[in-house]
Design a protein around this ligand. Sequence first.
Ligand code: SAM
Length: 321
Amino acid sequence: MIVDHLGRQFRNLRLSLTAACNYACTYCVPDGKRLLPANAELEAEEMVRAVQLLIDTAGIEKLRITGGEPLLTPKFDALLPAVMQMGLEDVSVTTNGQLLPRKAKLIVEAGLQRINISLDTLNAEHFREIARSGDLETVLKGIELMLDAGLKIKVNMVPMRHKNDDQILPLLDYCLERGIELRFIELMNMGHLQGNALFEVQFFSMQEILDLIATRYEFARTDAPFDSTAARFEIPGAGVFGIIANESEPFCRTCSRLRLSSNGKLYGCLSNARSHDMNEVLQLPDALAMVKLQKMLSSALGDKQLASFSGEVTVMKFIGG
Ligand code: SAM
């Protein structure tokens, strides 16, 4: 077992299927150009083997499939059914939802139980200003399809001052009405936002979110799982919402996340650009691969921050949010 001095272990794997995305969100992409796949991305079969090796070596229990936009690549169609058969405690997908209507049948047939859908506003015009692509109605249709199929949904929203802070309450109402858990993600100091005055202007804190919600609802903080990234709040009789407060309430001390990028690089920490190349390991037979991987994972665990998220030049689209 690979454990550090704070008792942290890798339990949750975030797998980025591709760096390509059909959106170019202002907080993720600097120049508004939609993203292309990274050089030398792994094939679906290589990713499936990588996941199995990480289960066997690190004790991964939960898998989140992300990107880029995971639904954009045909790899998703091959990988999802395969990872659903691996006996993991939990498999989930994070998507911008634009291709959900097209992939709904595959998702339901594969037996996925949980899905996270990113949605920053219910205003169609502002939606296109933030995502710089896509269509709000298509995402909303995708959400309805997932609800009809009985999946548990979380909606991820990144509140930004003067951009979509007016959508905090409308989105909360929308989610509560449908039994969806809304997750507010504090804007992260990543990629082009590092050292950029825009970050200071747009950053909307956990306390500000709570103050705004308090104008309409009474709520109380509830327990969240030990290694959860989100602070969770219950509105009695109405539902639950969460805040991923990487700045206001960092969760580094209990972080159990490991990331595998679409081109085979392992990252032990979102706030550390250091990576560990798994490509060579994937050329080896299982026993030898696991020995090499043990060393790599010990080193990757050492990349984690001690207490707080300090931001990184690394861009979320490459290593999977
Ligand atoms: N394309 C998929 C999606 O939109 O959900 C998966 C990848 S996306 C990088 C994963 C999540 O990261 C999204 O919910 C997005 O809002 C969030 N994200 C990206 N950059 C961020 C930033 N600078 N601060 C906070 N959240 C960010």
